[in-house]
Design a protein around this ligand. Structure first.
Ligand code: F6P
Length: 462
């Protein structure tokens, strides 16, 4: 039985000397399955020069990369428009960023149709294979594939929060999008809250029949389950134990020259709460003058979706608040906030994780947040300060949990983290590490696929 993955981005990219697989959670999770069983990965082709069908690796192919070439107008409407100016802010409860432009849904429909056609042309009827669709870019393709292939086994994993029904229903096309999703046999979310929100949306907005975690609508039964994603734990363990990483971490501490180091590592996205975090650090410095000169905040913001005005705006806001804090508090030999707007490799990040006394991971809303898991895996004695508005917070009670909108509360948590007794640090970190081991990304893919295969077997036997 082989696998057809449908995701917005394909898992390979051009390197200086040929092609390589991209680094990322989804690629790490799904490539071993494709390599073992064979299959196809369908994703967008942003550049018309790239091949539509590419066997990978070229010399001894394990799987097929199938690109759906998009024009710049299609990319604007489907990706920058519907996905990133409608579904993204809505799902993160940041509706001030919503841009309900009608042309976005029109293009989104067309592009989902083209993805569905690509899947249909690359798969055989009735072969019992699994079609596994990823994320908010593809809400309509499950329904479109189902129309042509009633017997297919179709799954979907939604990687961001599913909002409360009252928020989801703001969308003028909420019912159409839900119907598309209900073409699936199995829909996965990170945590039970999003499962419950989805089921309530189907119940209230479509009048679907609900039986526990099963939703029946228009002759199709869909199971909805929580499958929290993890990271490649062994890889992060090995990287963080590497002698050169240990050395880098040491050098980094020396360079910053402070007794205490706090880190923040995010994509530069308005959901990540970077500005609010900086305001909390400013409040901490105001309230705790004894820490002036001996605590450094190291914030990395990775450039992301830079074409969009809302991302340019948050960049300006973060620049401004960092400048203000440093202008107010810096001394000759001390800069309170060290800010980097650039991309680092996972390997390089491990040195920062290892060096930090505390990590502040305080998104305003986040489906899971895998940086949390990377930090916990790489850290030897650090404290995790975590937003209670992340999926990860449900799984990690040993973190110091904060409301990211409460600057005073986050400022207090910074102090708590820096002054936490060694025994308590160790105990909390050990508990966090235990949970993260169980979440390993390979288990995530395996558990989802086991669940959907079981479903397929029951369907065929019926
Ligand atoms: O977390 C949701 C997600 O879409 C991921 O799938 C992706 O890696 C990340 O956000 C970055 O987004 P983009 O693909 O839009 O750059």
């Amino acid at each position: 039985m082989s696998l057809t993955v449908v995701a917005n981005r394909v898992p390979v990219r051009q390197a200086d000397d040929g092609w390589e697989t991209s680094v990322g959670g989804l690629t790490t999770a799904l490539l071993p399955v494709l390599e073992e069983k064979g299959g196809t990965w369908v994703g967008m082709g942003e550049d018309p020069e790239l091949p539509k069908r590419q066997a990978y690796p070229a010399d001894n192919p394990d799987f097929l990369v199938r690109r759906v070439p998009l024009s710049s107008q299609e990319l604007d409407g489907y990706y920058y428009g519907m996905a990133n100016q409608i579904l993204w802010p809505l799902s993160h409860y940041l509706i001030q960023h919503l841009n309900l432009d009608d042309t976005f849904i029109e293009t989104y429909r067309q592009v989902n149709e083209r993805f569905a056609e690509a899947v249909l042309s690359e798969t055989e009827k009735g072969d019992g294979d699994v079609i596994w669709i990823q994320d908010y870019h593809q809400m309509l393709s499950p329904g479109l594939i189902r129309q042509e292939r009633p017997e297919a086994t179709i799954g979907h994993f939604w990687h961001i929060p599913w909002p409360a029904m009252e928020i989801f229903r703001i969308l003028p096309w909420s019912r159409e999008l839900l119907r598309g999703m209900l073409g699936c046999d199995l829909i996965g979310f990170h945590v039970q809250e999003y499962v419950d929100n989805f089921i309530e949306s189907a119940d209230v907005l479509l009048g679907a029949e609900v039986d526990g975690q099963r939703v029946r609508y228009d002759g199709q039964e869909t199971r909805v389950e929580a499958h929290p994603i993890g990271i490649d734990v062994n890889r992060f363990k090995e990287m963080s134990r590497d002698a050169s990483i240990i050395q880098e971490a040491q050098k980094f501490r020396e360079r910053l020259g402070s007794d205490h180091i706090v880190i923040g590592i995010d994509r530069l996205d308005y959901t990540k709460g970077i500005r609010a975090r900086m305001l909390a650090f400013e409040a901490f410095l105001e309230e705790n003058p004894e820490y002036h000169g001996n605590v450094s905040f190291f914030q990395i913001a990775t450039p992301s979706r830079t074409e969009l005005e809302s991302y340019q705006q948050i960049r300006r806001e973060v620049d401004e608040v960092v400048g203000r804090i440093n202008g107010r508090f810096a001394r000759d030999s001390w800069v309170p906030v060290n800010y980097r707007y650039r991309t680092y490799t996972q390997y390089e990040l491990c040195a920062f994780y290892r060096a930090a006394d505390a990590a502040l991971i305080t998104p305003l809303r986040d489906g899971m947040n895998v940086v949390t898991q990377e930090f916990v895996t790489a850290s030897q004695d650090g404290v995790l300060v975590l937003s209670e508005l992340t999926g990860a917070a449900y799984l990690l009670p040993e973190a110091v949990q904060v409301n990211p909108y409460d600057h005073g509360g986050v400022a207090d948590a910074i102090r708590t983290a820096l002054e936490m007794p060694t025994g308590e640090r160790e105990e909390r970190l050990a508990g966090l590490k235990d949970t993260i081991e169980t979440l390993d990304v390979h288990n995530w893919a395996g558990n989802f696929l086991d669940s959907i295969r079981e479903d397929g077997r029951v369907k065929r036997d019926a």
